[in-house]
Design a protein around this ligand. Structure first.
Ligand SMILES: [Mg+2]
Length: 278
């Protein structure tokens, strides 16, 4: 389940102190297969079942996503799952939060600048001949999808510069992903979110599983936390589209299916150790 001696020793630290370990995991492309219509995404059932086995063994399980927290909870089917009673979902890169323990959402109001910027997007797409691109309103962010267009990569390249300029005029930033350009407020990313929950939970080991450029700040934070004395293990859910994370990862698996298998193997190993210790 690991890819070399360094990864093995990092995994061993997690296995030896599971109660002090936090596992952070992305949603789309990691827990949930990428589908043409993001509203029809769903978490891979094997992965959710494995997380439910890990929930009682690990210190914290946190889903860290760019999606709104309510959407992630719904599409993930996380509510009421035995074993996930203490799951935390950090939505909108940590701006929003859901705690399974209380079934409460914390959702700050949306900033006005998002709506102002969003109003300018359809005419801009039309001017660039990309009017068929899908625009997704995510509350604190606006996402332009090129996946369903005839040439997704060419459309992505056409839109990248003009959308960046538009974002800058509204004091926002563009985060590129897989055939998506996400525009959101600066200073909000998964790295900030992950660091905050690690501190809140007093975790001594951090596992982060991600697949996309949006996960890069979380990967970098795990790297920083290692220099601060914490254990860290990085797992990349690789796809044919995005290899930016795989160079940083300790473990590379193939997509949500591979993630589910890796989580199952982690649960197997932790349960075997717990059985031996009792
Ligand atoms: Mg993802």
């Amino acid at each position: 389940m690991t890819s070399g001696p360094r990864a093995r020793s990092r995994l061993d630290a997690v296995l030896e102190h599971p109660g002090q370990t936090l596992i952070g995991i992305d949603f789309d492309g990691t827990l949930a297969p990428i589908v043409p219509d993001p509203d029809h995404a769903h978490a891979e059932p094997r992965a959710v079942a494995a997380l439910a086995r890990l929930g009682p063994l690990l210190g914290t399980v946190a889903v860290v996503t760019g999606r709104p927290a309510q959407t992630a909870v719904r599409l993930g089917g996380f509510r009421g799952v035995a074993g996930l009673e203490h799951l935390v979902v950090l939505g909108q890169y940590g701006v929003e939060r859901w705690d399974a323990a209380t079934d409460e959402f914390v959702i700050p109001p949306e900033p006005d600048q998002v709506a102002d910027l969003e109003a300018e997007i359809p005419p801009l797409l039309d001017r660039l001949g990309q009017g068929a691109a899908r625009v997704e309103h995510k509350g604190r962010a606006v996402v332009v999808h090129t996946r369903q267009l005839p040439d997704p990569d060419a459309s992505f390249d056409t839109l990248s510069g003009p959308l960046t300029a538009l974002a800058e005029r509204h004091a926002m930033v563009v985060e590129p992903g897989k055939n998506v350009l996400e525009i959101r407020s600066p200073g909000i990313d998964k790295g900030v979110a992950l660091r905050a929950i690690v501190a809140e939970r007093g975790a001594r080991q951090v596992v982060f599983v991600g697949d996309d450029l949006g996960d890069l700040p979380a990967f970098r934070v795990v790297d920083q936390l290692r220099t601060e004395g914490l254990g860290g293990l990085l797992v990349c859910s690789a796809s044919h589209e995005e290899d930016a994370l795989s160079g940083l990862a300790d473990v590379v698996v193939q997509g949500p299916d591979g993630v589910a298998t890796w989580l199952e193997e982690l649960a197997d190993e932790l349960e075997a150790r717990a059985a031996r210790a009792s």
